[in-house]
Unconditional design. Sequence first.
Length: 275
Amino acid sequence: MRSYARPTTLPDLRAHLAAGPFRILAGGTDLYPGAGPQLDGDILDLTAVPNLRGIRVDGNLRIGACTTWTEVAEAYLPPALHALQQAALQVGGRQIQNAGTIGGNLCNASPAADGIPPLLACDAMVELTSATAIREVPLADFLLGPRKTARAADEVLTAVIIPQAALGGRSAFVKLGARAYLVISIAMVAARLVVQDGRIADCAVAVGSCSATAERLRSAEAALIGVSVSDAVARLDPHLIASGLAPIDDIRATAAYRGEAAVELVKRAVAGALA
C-alpha cells in the first residue's frame, strides 16, 4: 500500500477521486482476502463519509453504499424488500454482516453475491459518483460479468436506489448451498409479487449463481401475470425458467444440478412471496 486516504465529506471524497486512481475500500470483506499479504496501490476508504451510510425514503428508497448488511437486516423496510433482508442474514457470519457493505457486494460483482437477486427483483439502480458528475445506472446494466462492472476508474458507487414503483408487493429469498450456513450459493432466487383481487398483477423473479451475472427471468415473469394466486406455483414452466439461465460446472455443483435446483428454488421463492 503506497497511500491511504479516508475522506469525511462528499466534497473531500470527490477531490480525492480527481487526484487519481485508487483501490476502493468499504467493508473490506472482499478486498482484504483477495489482496494477499498486503494491499497494493493507493487506498481510498469510504467508511467515514456520512452521506454514504444509512437508509432513507424520499419517494424512492435510497441505501447508502457503505450501509452494512446488519443495518439492512435490522431496518424497517417494506415487504418488497424482505427478500433483501433475508439475503442480508445469509451474507457470511455475523462478523461479515457487521463489516460488509451493500456497495462492496455489488462492486465485487460475484455471480454468487446474495444481495444481487433481491435488488434486481426491485429494479434497483446504482448511483455512481465521480469528481465532476453523478449518474444512475440500472443494476442489471452495471453488472457486466464475474468481477466486472460498468464503474469507471474515477467513480465510486455511492448509493443503491429502489424506485418507488418497485416498492409494492411482497418478496422472498431462498438459497441453496452445500450446508445451511456460511456458504457460497449453488443457486439462489428472489421473487417479488404484487397481488390484486387474488391474481398476480406484477411479478419479478431473479436467479443468482446460475449465469455469469444474476438474471431476471422475464419470460417466466410474464407467464405469471394475471394468474390466480392459487395456481401460480403450478403454472411455473421449468423450460421458461431454464431458458433464462446459463449455469456452469464448478467445484460447488454441476450445471445440470444448478438448473434443476433453480427450478425448485423459483417455485419456493414464489410460494414464499405469496404466503
